[in-house]
Design a protein around this ligand. Structure first.
Ligand SMILES: [Zn+2]
Length: 208
């Protein structure tokens, strides 16, 4: 997975996307994006969709070597997976996680590839140090899941989105999982929504 940085500019701006892809040696016309809504919809895409932004979509999967898949992020996690035959990328915030985007994506993968063959990457995103959540946050999730990823500090509650995401991948049969140790809020090199970058975004890319 390739992730842009602040220095590449905000990826809400199309020219910045094109410049970044060219810098990485990728044809911008091969890009497919989703119009992210913190949902769980995952689309399997083919060559007809290159250059498009797909409505109501937070996850993309393809078997085509002519397509590059992307998600825009700033604190939410980019989660990619790749094998010899298939690749995919997901936009994972707590809402998508709660709605089940990981399972949704991996059920689609299973039609073509064994989940245990995938190499997963959980990219830069907000870490527990800066992800304060509401007191009743656990009520959003099924019982017994989220408690392990919550911690109380000075009367504030914090959530470990990366570890919770990793756990969900493992529950679906994922075995090879690499997690970035970059907190987008802590790091000066990345945009962070919670730190005040309301409109700026990074792009994360995956390609077969
Ligand atoms: Zn942090």
């Amino acid at each position: 997975m390739i992730v842009s940085k602040k220095e590449d500019g905000s990826m809400e701006v199309r020219e910045n996307v094109e410049r970044f892809l060219k810098k990485e040696g990728i044809n911008p016309e091969s890009l497919v994006l989703g119009e992210q809504v913190h949902g769980k919809r995952v689309r399997v895409v083919n060559k007809n969709e290159t250059g498009k932004v797909l409505k109501n979509t937070d996850g993309l999967i393809t078997s085509s070597r002519e397509i590059v898949l992307g998600v825009l992020i700033a604190d939410c996690l980019p989660v990619s997976f790749v094998s010899e035959n298939i690749c995919g990328i997901l936009h994972v915030g707590w809402k998508g996680l709660q709605k089940g985007i990981i399972k949704e994506a991996l059920l689609k993968v299973e039609e073509k590839e064994r989940v245990e063959n995938l190499f997963f990457e959980i990219g830069p995103g907000i870490e527990m140090c800066h992800f304060q959540v509401r007191e009743d946050f656990a009520e959003n999730f099924e019982k017994d899941f989220v408690g392990k990823f919550l911690k109380k500090k000075e009367n504030k509650l914090f959530f470990d989105l990366k570890k919770a995401t990793k756990k969900k991948i493992e529950e679906c049969g994922g075995k090879k999982i690499k997690t970035s140790d970059i907190c987008t809020f802590c790091s000066e090199k990345y945009f962070s929504y919670r730190k005040g970058n309301i409109t700026e975004r990074m792009i994360a890319l995956i390609k077969l």
